[in-house]
Design a protein around this ligand. Sequence first.
Ligand code: NDP
Ligand code: PYC
Length: 340
Amino acid sequence: MDKRLLARLALSEVDSLARAVLELHGFSREQALAVARTMVCGQRDECASHGVYRLLVCIATLKAGKVDPRAEPQVHDHAPGVVRVDAAGGFSQLAFDRGVPLLRRKAVDNGVAALVINRCVHFSALWVEIETLTDLGLVTLACNPSHAWVAPAGGRGPVFGTNPIAFGWPRPGKDPFVFDMATSAIARGDIELHRRAGKPVPLGWGVSADGEPTTSAEAVLQGAMLTFGGHKGSALAAMIELLAGPLIGDLTSAQSLAHDAGAGASPFHGELILAFDPRRFLGERYEHYLHSAETLFDSIEQQGARLPSARRYEARRRSLAQGVEINDELLDELNALLHR
Ligand code: NDP
Ligand code: PYC
């Protein structure tokens, strides 16, 4: 059992802490706001691997000289259905925020549109972006590579990133249907958290550097992670490398790791976000087919199965009412970042 002490903080306190650390270390106000928001959302929804723990990673990435804290993303109207945002070496969040208005216009005009983010440093959970777009009534799909940490099915050496893929479906009057998953058995952030807590990982998350199954978090971090679902996760991971790498003129996970050159910073690559406007697809049939979707969700829940993100939404309601817990050790490390 984890015996560490937990401190309870209001979400506003977590946000102030994250922004203060980022601004103190030289992030522009806009960058700090956008980056802090993702972490606070992660902590709020009890997604510890992408919560405020990531502040440590952000500052380590900055100190390694691998992110521009004052980057000004540039939005380009690339094609009738494509918005391209050059993140200019900054974190992905502000680039995403800057691209959303044009993406929305294009999706509404065309039915479908793509937002391509190039040259971003990336660490966030994708559902934060997905929910921004489902809130606008758009069906959304997003994916990106990371660093080459994951072995292909049948292999034993890292080729793929942890390559998340996320999908969102707006449900008027209800929380959206959202799934967001790494194509590795688990996000690398979770293995890092196991290592920090001195806890073993389940078999199946990864192999040691000599390709042997292991429950040691450290050995997996030094060796290779495994894909989820064997060859199926492996194929999806390869697809994400292609869609959010060469297709958008950006780096694969192997190239991102080479760019890192041992610095241990967050990955540097691109991201692809697709947005579909169901009203443009369906016209007068919109209400009818939205109802079909609700029938699908009902038939899942009526069996006692839960929808993806249901855990998150419950955590969110709890956190909004009661604040969030952060273990003392992490809180001390975060507070230490307030003294440069
Ligand atoms: P999980 O395996 O914990 O969850 C994946 C998805 O499955 C979630 O939507 C989750 O919903 C859902 N889910 C889990 N259990 C069930 C269940 N029993 N029934 C129905 N749905 C379920 O997450 P991962 O470890 O794969 O990924 C964690 C996060 O890491 C993601 O947000 C991802 O974006 C992020 N990530 C980011 C990367 C990056 O490069 N930026 C790289 C890799 C990961 P719920 O949350 O409600 O449990
Ligand atoms: O947890 O795998 C991960 C991850 C990679 C980049 C950001 N998160």
